[in-house]
Design a binder for this molecule. Structure first.
Ligand code: AMP
Ligand code: MG
Length: 480
């Protein structure tokens, strides 16, 4: 590995150095060798992946550290948080010369653990491992993981579960909540911290007349585009607190996430989210709210005597959120639908299709596949309101009539996955893994690596089917 240890350049109030505390009886879970290669792991490091992914071995030239941050959780100020169960154990160059953080989750108590035990259970580690992998393969910016380990050590949740660790990779672990922590507890560090964020993650902003405003706009743009990606693949993050969104607009900290199966935009996938704050349909407005909280943290950076003007300029930055989101979402939806992006009726026609899916509670992913394969009859047969479907189909054909449908169909194939990670798929893999059988994790890992390619030799019928509409849901909640 080629280290680029830059976080420790920051003021030491922002983190706490400590070593991981390994679990008893660590054992191999799964290893992502392709990612290890991208991160330029040597053969020796690859051979030692179990030790590295279980905290038994670290990199001598990087002193592991827990980061301090704060945040708004479920819309309320939660005060100081920080890495309560994870450590940054390295920053490395990948083959594209980008700096990637390696963060070991479940590595034991830190000064930021509050009431927690510093641990993660196998169930949540597998969910994060597979979802990060799935999102990356779907082309959605996201953290990923080099590997995970299970252990013989029990960790108490509602019941005793196997403790586990995940070696997560991400382009940044700097959260919106870092800025909230600094303003509250160490305001003198704000300017230097922001300069570092800009030079590490948005160096192009340094060329602008007001780098901070350019930085604010860039973060807003990245976040809006990320949420458009989520909406298009049907991903609900589940816990979009300001401490779980980073400044590079890549998906992070998605424990109680869910991929939509039957198209229910108001489905609550996180069972700790009693009011449905973080449902799929609310993600764009919640991202906007989080960014508004974040922009407020930048106000102290106003030039001397210019605070009111600077505040107005920050507020102005947020205006790009909605058009950026809509542009990415409309374009992506047109690609999924096989409609031309430039046609004035494409978006309305796409929304008609979504309304049909919602009304009949059809599977989001498989309905797009049916459309792509021109199996219109299959969708029609499941519809409650046949008239609406026929009207939609007429409009759909009219728009496509004088277009290059072969090209549109090709685009559909690149944008409609056959496979997403359904909750029951993850659950089956977890139950086997809890019996030390990781073969189902491995099967899903391979299947989800190529979501746009049909893989009959790997797939099971249940990978393509949503649960019965009245089936009880698998309960997924925060911080497990
Ligand atoms: P999360 O819901 O996983 O994003 O976690 C929110 C905050 O709680 C973060 O500061 C975590 O580090 C902390 N946390 C979650 N679970 C634990 C745990 N088991 N032990 C210590 N801290 C935890
Ligand atoms: Mg978190």
């Amino acid at each position: 590995m080629h280290l680029n240890s830059r976080y420790p350049q920051l003021n030491s109030k922002l983190y706490h150095h400590q070593m991981p505390s390994p679990l008893k009886g660590a054992k191999a879970g799964h290893f992502n060798e392709t990612l290890a290669d991208e991160l330029q792991w040597s053969n020796e490091e690859k051979q030692n992946w179990v030790a590295l992914c279980s905290g038994q071995q670290t990199f001598s030239s990087f002193q592991p550290l827990a980061m301090a941050y704060a945040g708004h959780q479920f819309g309320h100020w939660a005060g100081a948080l920080g890495d309560g169960r994870g450590l940054l154990i390295a920053q490395v160059f990948n083959t594209k010369k980008q700096t990637i953080d390696l963060h070991l989750k479940g590595a034991g108590e830190t000064p930021y653990s509050r009431m927690g035990d510093g641990r993660a259970v196998l169930r949540s580690v597998i969910r994060e491992y597979l979802a990060g992998h799935a999102l990356n393969a779907l082309g959605v910016p996201s953290s990923n993981a080099v590997g995970f380990t299970s252990s013989l050590q029990g960790v108490q949740r509602e019941k005793l579960e196997p403790g586990a660790m995940l070696l997560r990779s991400a382009d940044s672990h700097i959260r919106l909540g870092h800025f909230e922590w600094i303003n509250q507890y160490a305001p003198d560090l704000l300017s230097d911290f922001t300069q570092h964020c800009i030079s590490w993650h948005y160096p192009e902003c340094l060329e602008e007349s007001t780098p901070i405003l350019a930085f604010a706009k860039a973060v807003i743009q990245k976040t809006a585009t990320l949420v458009a990606h989520w909406q298009l693949v049907g991903f609900a993050h589940g816990v979009m607190n300001t401490d779980n969104l980073n400044i590079t607009g890549s998906t992070l900290d998605f424990g109680p996430y869910g991929f939509l199966e039957r198209f229910r935009p108001n489905w609550i996938n996180n069972h700790s989210d009693h009011q449905g704050r973080y449902t799929y349909e609310k993600q764009p407005s919640i991202a906007h709210w989080n960014l508004w909280v974040w922009l407020n943290q930048l106000i102290p950076l106003a030039p001397e005597g210019n605070k009111e003007k600077f505040k107005a300029e920050l507020a102005e930055c947020l205006k790009i959120f909605e058009p950026t989101f809509l542009e990415a979402y409309k374009k992506g939806l047109a690609h999924k639908m096989g409609l031309p992006t430039f046609h004035k009726d494409s978006f309305e026609c796409s929304l008609d299709f979504l309304r049909i899916l919602q009304q009949a509670q059809l599977d989001y992913t498989q309905s797009f596949i049916a459309l792509q394969e021109h199996r219109y009859r299959d969708i029609r047969d499941e519809c409650i309101d046949i008239t609406s479907f026929d009207l939609f189909l007429n409009k759909y054909h009219q728009i496509r009539e004088h277009q290059d449908t072969e090209l549109l169909d090709q685009t559909m194939q690149q944008h409609n996955p056959h496979y997403i990670l359904r909750n029951h798929m993850a659950q089956d893999a977890i139950e086997a893994a809890e019996r030390d059988d990781f073969s189902e994790v491995d099967r899903l890992f391979k299947l989800l690596a190529k979501p746009f390619t049909k893989q009959p030799h790997l797939e099971k019928t249940s990978d393509l089917t949503p649960p019965a509409s009245d089936a009880p849901e698998i309960s997924i909640s925060c911080s497990s």
